[in-house]
Design a protein around this ligand. Structure first.
Ligand code: GLV
Length: 314
């Protein structure tokens, strides 16, 4: 085979077969990520790398692979890759936008409904054997109808979340400088969004400008009755500040799918009832994960055959 590909974690067999038809494929089969030294050693003679968001593709990895043409990340986010350095070394970087948009938007609404209606609290209570029977004032949540959803970031996923809002009777505001075509939604400053929204949902990529965008100051601006939802990237929220704000009841609750130091979760969050904690699974449907892996493989095959990649990072 003229080409060689390193795949850092198991992918659906249909996707591996597709790669194998065109290249020698070295797949890391362990359930844990590849240790950095092993990644550098195994990528050294490869032309393409299929990476996951848990792999740090830094300068040392790119320098270790002089024949590398493309890094195809199986994720829409690409903060795990030193994109500037890759580009400077002539290595293309691709990601998997669009194919996961609807799955993540659905999951965001699952979190919004679960935290505002206290689903996890109720389930924990029932399993503990503490349910004493129906009562009028038992585990009351708050309704979404007529409330304001504040979207911090309205790229593909933010818009798909906005599109579902009318079904729940929510008004939408969003932070965006440029005019975008989002029916029934209003652009607004971040401060005002935090001040006035009943649900604040984060949909920005992780970049230096968005790291700790939701810090202590931002959290103190939120309504005491409001909820924070994060399906973007953990470091967009200062987890320590969030745990403090929840303990002080500065907001009503939070639902998180992502964390600052995954898979670790701030221990104070684990002790709180008014926070819903999920293990980074927003795009996790069989259909979507297969489509993500397939798109990454198609990007690899395009580059190896001299065509432009389908979905390069911007
Ligand atoms: C998941 O977090 C992704 O970026 O695709």
């Amino acid at each position: 085979m003229p080409h060689s590909v390193l795949v850092t974690r198991k992918l659906p067999s249909s996707v591996i077969k597709k790669l194998q038809a065109e290249a020698d494929v070295d797949v890391h089969s362990g359930d844990e990520g590849m240790p950095a030294a092993q990644l550098r050693a195994r990528v050294a003679d490869k032309n393409a790398l299929v990476s996951l968001l848990t792999d740090a593709i830094d300068r040392s990895v790119i320098d270790a692979a002089p024949n590398l043409k493309v890094v195809a990340n199986v994720a829409v986010g690409y903060n795990n890759i030193d994109v500037e350095y890759a580009k400077s070394r002539g290595v293309l970087v691709t990601h998997t936008p669009d194919v996961l948009t609807e799955a993540v938007a659905d999951f965001t609404w699952a979190l919004i409904l679960a935290i505002t209606r206290r689903l996890a609290e109720g389930e924990r209570l029932l399993r503990r054997g503490d349910w004493k029977g129906w009562a009028l004032d038992f585990l009351l949540g708050s309704e979404l109808r007529g409330k304001q959803l504040g979207l911090v970031g309205v790229g593909r996923i933010g818009r798909a979340v906005a599109a579902r809002a009318p079904a729940f009777g929510m008004n939408v505001v969003y932070t965006e400088q440029r005019e975008i075509d989002l029916p029934n939604a209003e652009p607004i400053s971040l401060d005002r969004l935090l001040n006035t929204s009943d649900v604040v949902s984060l949909h920005v990529p992780l970049m230096p400008e968005t790291r700790h965008l939701i810090d202590k100051r931002a959290l103190t601006r939120m309504k005491r009755s409001a909820y924070l939802i994060n399906t973007a990237r953990g470091p967009v929220v200062d987890e320590e500040a969030l745990a403090w704000a929840l303990q002080q009841h500065l907001l009503a609750g939070a639902a998180l799918d992502v964390y600052e130091n995954e898979p670790a979760v701030h221990p104070d969050l684990l002790r709180l009832e008014n926070v819903l904690l999920l293990p980074h699974m927003a795009s996790g449907t069989t259909e979507t994960r297969t489509a993500m892996a397939d798109l990454a493989a198609n990007n690899v095959l395009a580059v190896l055959s001299g065509r432009p990649p389908l979905t390069p990072v911007p």
